[in-house]
Design a protein around this ligand. Structure first.
Ligand code: PLP
Length: 410
């Protein structure tokens, strides 16, 4: 978002005009930012065969998926429904990796029929899969390297108590299951959670994975997952993707030399690719002064953006209606009948009722986690592409709320 002649713009589109045109609240995404991030990542890992699989749970609007497909990205899907969406968006089945957790073998079998690559994250399913398919369908195995990647405990997945992945200490058992069923392992995978603060910790996880990889003879790719942190506020720390690129491509090249085969290095970022490309815009309904604070109450709540309440996420808030206003202190809250606080004691340019506020970093895990709580409609989504704005999801209506309800006669 840029300030041009006292008006905020998202890739050239005037923010207040978007609010007027589409109504609030609304999500706005810019494809140019997505493209920049995608290229940044490719550049950081040039020198090896790198492939990026967009982790689509971050933002699943089909137009976003289509855009990633156009960029040449693959897809990381965590449910059969995400796989189906990806196929509808035009992805080749071979470019989708399905990485579920605690799903049934029945769901996995459905995905197998769609021709998608399967990532297995526990030994029970590995055994069942082996019995069903032997060596006819190759698999990827999700390893838990047991590193602490940092970040909030709710988004950390690589530590010792995590439910994700097969422990690196269980590799002898994995090999026994593979041999007994004559299984083919084409890929190894790790995903240690979101918000990696320390590149060295990530590299450590990666080296554990590479050590494990030496024991497999038929690998095609190694998937290092994701967890790249993006800045959420001015001067915030973020994963130094270039430093990571330099170090990891070196390690990976060396591994491929020893392995005598050029494997593909895969990443599956969600947040890194779409977080900063999204904005959430809402209107201030009331300014409410209490004895202790000034609340700005807006026309949305945890039903539309739950990250601040769910994992204390910080979303920077800007008053787009008053770019030159004097900063004052506000607590920004929603209209839901819960304590849905978006931000405490925020310095925001003076707010008048009717002003529009912009939440930054609203591309990842925002709309995707929206609900109908309090029987509110989900917001619209708008895409800015090459200077034009497109409605990519309509606001819901009462019909949507009632769609699957069965009204009985009692
Ligand atoms: C959620 C998820 C990702 C994406 O994580 P980000 O922190 O958004 O980059 C990647 N891989 C798997 C398996 C995931 O579950």
């Amino acid at each position: 978002m840029q300030l041009v002649n006292n008006r905020y713009k998202i890739d050239g589109a005037d923010v207040l005009s978007l609010c007027n045109k589409y109504g609030s609240p609304l999500y706005v995404y810019e494809t140019s930012k997505i493209k920049d991030q995608y290229s940044r990542m490719l550049n950081a890992f040039k020198g090896v065969n790198v492939k990026i699989n967009y982790a689509c749970k971050a933002l699943t609007n089909i137009n976003i998926l289509k855009f990633f497909n156009k960029l040449g990205s693959g897809l990381d899907a965590v449910s059969v429904q995400e796989v189906e969406l990806g196929l509808k968006a035009g992805f080749n089945a071979g470019d989708i990796i399905y990485t579920p957790n605690c799903v049934s073998i029945d769901e996995i079998e459905k995905v197998v029929k769609l021709g998608v690559r399967i990532n297995i994250d526990n030994i029970s399913i590995l055994e069942q899969f082996g019995l069903l398919h032997g060596n006819s369908i190759p698999v990827c195995i999700r390893i838990n390297p047991h590193i602490l990647a940092g970040g909030h405990h709710k988004i950390s997945t690589g530590h010792i108590d995590s439910k994700f992945g097969i422990s690196v200490y269980q590799m002898p058992h994995v090999h026994r299951v593979m041999e007994a069923n004559n299984m083919r392992v084409e890929g190894l995978h790790m995903h240690t959670g979101s918000d990696i603060l320390d590149v060295d910790v990530f590299i450590k996880g990666a080296s554990i994975l590479l050590d494990v990889a030496r024991e497999f003879r038929e690998l095609e790719y190694i998937d290092f997952g994701s967890g790249f942190k993006v800045p959420y506020k001015p001067d915030d720390i973020f994963t130094d993707i270039d430093a990571l690129g330099k170090k990891l491509t070196g390690d990976f090249k060396k591994f491929c030399n020893d392995y005598r085969k050029d494997l593909t290095l895969i990443f599956e970022p969600g947040k890194f690719l779409v977080s900063e490309a999204g904005y959430f815009l809402a209107k201030v309904n009331v300014i409410k002064q209490t004895t202790s604070t000034v609340f700005a109450g807006i026309d949305t709540g945890l039903n539309h953006l739950i990250r601040p309440m769910f994992y204390d996420a910080y979303h920077h808030i800007i008053n787009v209606s008053n770019p030159k206003g004097k900063p004052r202190i506000y607590t920004v809250v929603g209209y839901i009948c819960e304590t849905d606080t978006f931000g405490w004691n925020r310095k925001i340019n003076e707010i008048t009722e009717g002003d529009y506020l912009a939440f930054l970093n609203a591309g990842a895990y925002c709309y995707a986690m929206a609900s109908n709580y309090n029987s509110r409609y989900k917001p619209v989504e708008v895409l800015i592409h090459e200077g034009k704005d497109y409605l990519i999801r309509q606001r819901e209506t009462m019909e949507d709320l009632l769609r699957n309800q069965v009204i009985i006669d009692i």
